[in-house]
Design a protein around this ligand. Sequence first.
Ligand SMILES: O=C(O)C(=O)C[C@]1(C(=O)O)C=C[C@@H](O)C=C1
Length: 356
Amino acid sequence: MSDDQIRQHRDAIDDIDVQILKLINQRAHHAHEIGVLKGGGLVYRPEREAQVLRRVKDLNQGPLPSESVARLFREIMSACLSLEKPLTIAFLGPLGTFSESAVVKHFGHAAQLQPSVSIDEVFRQTEAGMADYAVVPVENSTEGAVGRSLDLMTQTPLKVCGEVVLRIHQHLMRKRPDLVGITRIYSHSQSLAQCHEWLNLHLPNAERIAVASNAEAARLAAEDVNTAAIGGEAAAERYELVKVVSNIEDEPNNTTRFLVLGQADASRSGKDKTSLVMSAKNQPGAVFQLLAPLAENGVSMTKLESRPSRDGLWEYVFFVDVEGHRDDALVQKAMKELAERAVILRVLGSYPVAVL
Ligand SMILES: O=C(O)C(=O)C[C@]1(C(=O)O)C=C[C@@H](O)C=C1
């Protein structure tokens, strides 16, 4: 292709960029006006954001993949929303953890990050209004439930208003670009567990040390050349470590699911989930009987997780996710029947199924 042809395409791109810029700012103007009309009420509307993202994915005719288009619109909406009111999001820090990646995936780069020292602190800050929303991990496809998040969910007045599904890639990182002389490996206990087989095979003699987060592991590995850390891309970048071996997780489809909590849940988006927590009497067949109204009303269950009760008041606590919104007629009917059978039933919130 000649220089002349390239110039013609670049001229076309320049013209298009002028139009895109004008249109994005027109869009931002409307978002700002909506913000004024909301009059200080909740600005973040998860159901509307999910609808916008689903719509552009459906309308997309390429050549850009629909996932890329959705990510672009995620950022446009993030910037538009911050004109209405910048949102502060609390998550388990420090910076460089998978939780940070989940926050950015869900809220875009205009959100203000508020890393907290523990999952308890994430809840506390959001409950106290020091953060607008909380993002907490609830389950990993390899390791199962994140107990602390689930326990706190039973106590919080916050509502679930969204979910984030994050593909987890673990990398072995250190100062040197090779595996020579590694005596210690730092990581969060879940990450160590997720890379257990790889470590047994490739670094069987290195001591494995569980620390509070992958970012903390990366910080420690940056200080001592004989150590390494396991963590995500964000941790490697933040502490300027070399990714010596990428994607060392034992399970190739390793994903973590996070929930977004705020002062209110979401309205109907057309493709929603509802999270419930309930307890059953401690007697044979109780769980089966408890959950029967879901099947009887054609409400699909997407998750069932049980935890022993911490305060003795609830013998066993069940976390149940169902398809549909709490305002849907069948979900309402099923919940009414569930409430008659359960010792305790609480709706944690309805929210759009993750789009990104
Ligand atoms: O539709 C709204 O309520 C808006 O505020 C606009 C907008 C958007 O940019 O499309 C921005 C923030 C909301 O979370 C949802 C959508």
